[in-house]
Design a protein around this ligand. Structure first.
Ligand code: SD4
Length: 331
């Protein structure tokens, strides 16, 4: 294992600060991770739309709320965005023109819930939570997940995003399945948080890869792939090509590496290196990024391709976007 010290970079606290809930536009913070423990509470989420999502999560965390409530509320911001092409009902559809949703949630007691291949329900993350809290099961899929949602107070929503429709019609011309790195492949929201009590939770929600085969499920609703939380150790979530994350049980691997005393940054990096070892030059053609948080409040991220970033909100970081280190260099 590379020495922990060699990864520690100076924390540029204050650089690129984004004011809470006001303007969410700002320079990305160049230092990729902090090995300095942050004060509780703390929330991290994938990509720049994490900045908006963090604001709603922070409202709960700063009022001494539970991390579980914070991550659910946070990722719902992305699910409710009627223009998001990658999360919720506005997301890009599968090859047959249907938007299908995957989501999961996990709390500090190893409770978890998940839905996959869910259609016409606005907030899959809340259905996942309901699966966790109201059933003896962990995962419901397809029409069964939808039936469960309808029986539990959710309503059918036929919303179709005109932008997604337009993109789909353009795609139909050639019908080529070639996801563009950091464009069609990205923007799952994964969020992990520590509350004032020091408890961890996480949530992950997506419309999955654009123009996927009907019925395809990615990593995002799979506990241990798109999300894992071990309240003794830490939490991690993933974004990118789900098949590659599932192959290495990505977030479970990251958490187990943290158990072996890897810092969150080192653990994310080691998981990416595992992918590189297994998939070799194929890794040039896809993106995967991990973010992780440990019990001490240290956090970090690592990805394959340049371009991945993540948003952090804590008492000492007022909602900043961090740029992740990548295996492949920037061109
Ligand atoms: C999936 N992991 O369905 C998701 C896609 C994604 O950022 O993360 N996009 O494979």
């Amino acid at each position: 294992m590379t020495s922990r010290r060699s990864f520690i970079k100076t924390a540029a606290l204050g650089a690129g600060v984004i004011s809470t809930g006001q303007s969410l536009q700002s320079a990305v913070v160049e230092n990729q991770h902090k090995s300095v423990p942050m004060n509780k509470p703390l929330v991290l989420s994938t990509w720049d739309f994490g900045l908006k999502a963090n604001v709603d999560a922070w409202a709960i965390l700063s009022a001494k709320g539970r991390a579980l409530d914070a991550v659910e509320a946070g990722v719902k911001v992305a699910e409710n965005d009627l223009h998001s092409l990658s999360v919720g009902l506005a997301g890009l559809p599968d090859r047959e023109g249907h938007t299908t949703l995957d989501a999961c949630i996990m709390d500090e007691h190893y409770n978890c819930g998940s839905v996959a291949f869910l259609e016409k329900i606005k907030n899959p993350i809340s259905v996942a939570r309901m699966v966790m809290e109201k059933t003896p099961h962990i995962m419901l899929v397809g029409s069964g997940a939808q039936q469960f949602a309808l029986e539990n107070g959710f309503t059918l929503d036929d919303y179709k995003n005109p932008e997604a429709q337009k993109a789909y019609e353009a795609w139909l011309v050639e019908k080529q399945y070639k996801p563009v790195i950091n464009i069609e492949n990205h923007d799952t929201i994964g969020m992990i948080a520590m509350d004032m009590q020091g408890n961890l939770s996480g949530a992950c929600t997506t419309s999955g890869l654009a123009y996927k085969v009907r019925g395809r499920v990615g990593d995002s609703p799979i506990i241990g792939a798109g999300l894992y939380v071990d309240n003794e150790i830490g939490a991690a979530t993933a974004t990118g090509t789900g098949e590659e994350v599932i192959r290495i049980a990505g977030t479970h691997l990251v958490v187990e590496l943290m158990r072996q005393k890897y810092s969150p940054y080192e653990a994310c990096k080691e998981a990416v290196m595992r992918m590189v070892k297994i998939r070799k030059e194929k890794t040039k053609d896809f993106q995967v990024g991990f973010i992780a948080l440990n019990k001490a409040g240290e956090f970090g991220a690592y990805c394959l391709q340049p371009g991945f970033n993540y948003a952090v909100f804590s008492n000492n970081i007022a909602n900043e976007l961090f740029k992740s280190d990548s295996y492949y260099p920037e061109q």
